[in-house]
Design a protein around this ligand. Structure first.
Ligand code: PNW
Length: 486
């Protein structure tokens, strides 16, 4: 039952579509599907970037080496009771020292791209001031080794490890952090863009803003009230926009700029018109404070009205900065949120999880391959984005090394196969997804879950640092070799 207040035409206006587009079925609003035989048999377009993703604090270790300053994750992970087993990223995968071996693993898989993040406090130990040349040395060496292996670097500037010195001045509660982020992004882009051609500003706005500053389960572990939290969210998107402008101003020609966000992965419960429309509207509204304001340069009325006096303070100039044009949008996709049409004022409602709904080892990770269709589909349909990457997708599983020294993670293979089938569906309809980055290359430090939740396609023995490719690595290697599914 669609809300009568929303006619088909007003709904189209809401999406910024012309009246004639309003008469088309929703699924037809993308560009024309690719023709030709190249997508047949589960194949992806030529040049599709098969990659994997990691993040600095989750893999690097070496937290006190070469002048690195402390980040909020060093502080948080060392606070009693904050992480599973008291686990920290002090050593993690020791990637800082083992990156050459790990790049050899990537080459063996046939990876075309590698997504990593820069540790801000390696470059600016206290967040601002003079850059630390030794911090750059590591990323210079790693990028050179990637290029020598024929692997394209995809560089994220902020994957949650804010320099502690900035948190001491209020962190993302302080607008100066957004400015400092812009400056840091410009310096890094200037230095690396002769070799790294793809930059992402921030990783997963909701994870560091909502989980870090509202729920308190991630660093810095704060539980702010609604108004302060909304202001943090605003500073985070502003930081993204300032970084886009600084990269644009400082990077070598040919550099592409995007972000890696994890919008709520809204999927229609049933693929009928009323639920499709509800899901599209829900995708825009449920992501209003992050991806929507970035794509549209304004907050939705529903978002601001819902917050009332707690709405963030902002200027028109800031909104313009937040909406700075991007070259691509990176999407991290894990589990779905099922939505159906309703007669509520919003016109949609989220559907509760039945107790038997399947999830992977992390209980938040509900299985829903359709999310890898709907997230890029909505992003394309709502905002006409012309270049997208799946910057993360993967799952945790209860991997064990068997007597033969193998990890037979058939559940992860099943998960990946089903998700990739849905991604292929999107690409076949003309949704311009240019690459896919599997999370993750290695088992690593899974934030508050410590080392207890393994997401890698390569098993890591955290006592010996021994790497063992899992069955899923063999699966992914075959996908890459074939440029698609069998
Ligand atoms: C992402 N959730 O985090 C991050 O970008 C990675 O650093 C992380 O290791 C990976 O996904 C696996 O968790 C998420 O609660 C954390 O829905 C939590 C959620 C989603 C993504």
């Amino acid at each position: 039952m669609m809300n009568a207040r929303f006619s088909r035409r007003s709904f189209a206006r809401l999406l910024g579509l012309s009246a004639s587009a309003a008469s088309l079925p929703l699924h037809a609003l993308g560009s024309a599907p690719p023709t030709g035989s190249d997508l047949a048999g589960g194949r992806f377009p030529e040049g599709f970037v098969w990659g994997s993703a990691t993040a600095s604090y989750q893999v690097e270790g070496a937290v006190r080496e070469d002048g690195r300053g402390p980040s909020i994750w060093d502080t948080f992970s060392h606070m009693p009771g904050k992480t599973h087993n008291g686990d920290t990223g002090d050593i993690a995968d020791d990637f800082y020292h083992r990156y050459l071996d790990d790049i050899a693993l990537m080459k063996e898989l046939g990876l075309k791209g590698f997504r990593f993040s820069i540790s801000w406090s390696r470059i600016f130990p206290t967040g601002t001031g003079a850059a630390n040349p030794k911090g750059f040395d590591f990323y210079d060496r790693m990028i050179d080794a990637l290029l020598a292996a024929g692997i394209q670097p995809y560089c994220t500037l902020y994957h949650w490890d804010l320099p502690q010195a900035l948190e001491d001045k209020g962190g993302w509660q302080n607008k100066d952090t957004a400015k400092a982020f812009g400056e840091y992004a410009g310096v890094v882009a200037k230095h690396l863009s002769d070799r790294a051609k793809q930059f992402m500003t921030v990783n997963e706005l909701s994870s560091f803003v909502d989980i870090g500053y509202r729920e308190g389960r991630h660093a810095p572990g704060l539980r702010l009230d609604r108004g302060r939290h909304a202001q943090v969210a605003h500073h985070a998107v502003l930081g993204h926009g300032l970084a886009v402008q600084a990269i644009r101003a400082n990077a070598k020609p040919g550099t592409k700029i995007g972000l890696a966000d994890n919008p709520a992965a809204i999927c229609p419960v049933i693929e009928t018109r009323e639920h499709l429309e509800a899901a599209s509207r829900a995708f825009r509204e449920e992501n209003a404070k992050f991806l929507t304001v970035i794509m549209e340069g304004k907050y939705t009325e529903q978002y601001l009205r819902g917050l009332g006096a707690d709405a963030p303070k902002f200027t028109d100039e800031e909104l313009k900065t937040i909406g700075s044009p991007l070259d691509f949008v990176g999407l991290n996709v894990y589990g779905p949120h099922w939505v159906r049409a309703s007669s509520s004022p919003k016109g949609y409602e989220m559907v509760e999880w039945p107790a038997s709904y399947p999830h992977m080892l992390s209980d938040w990770l509900h299985v829903g391959p359709e999310s890898l269709y709907w997230v890029p589909k909505h992003t394309h349909t709502l905002w006409g984005v012309k270049e997208m990457y799946i910057t993360e997708n993967g799952c945790s599983a209860s991997d064990v090394v068997n007597n033969q020294g193998q990890v037979l993670d058939t559940d992860r293979v099943m998960y990946l196969r089903n998700y990739l089938t849905q991604l292929h569906r999107a690409v076949s309809e003309g949704v311009p997804v240019k690459g896919y980055f599997l999370w993750s290359l290695l088992d690593n430090y899974e934030w508050a879950d410590g080392y207890d939740r393994r997401f890698g396609i390569t098993h890591v023995d955290f006592r010996t640092q021994k790497r063992t490719p899992k069955l899923s690595a063999e699966f992914y290697k075959a996908v890459i070799a074939r440029n698609g599914l069998a």
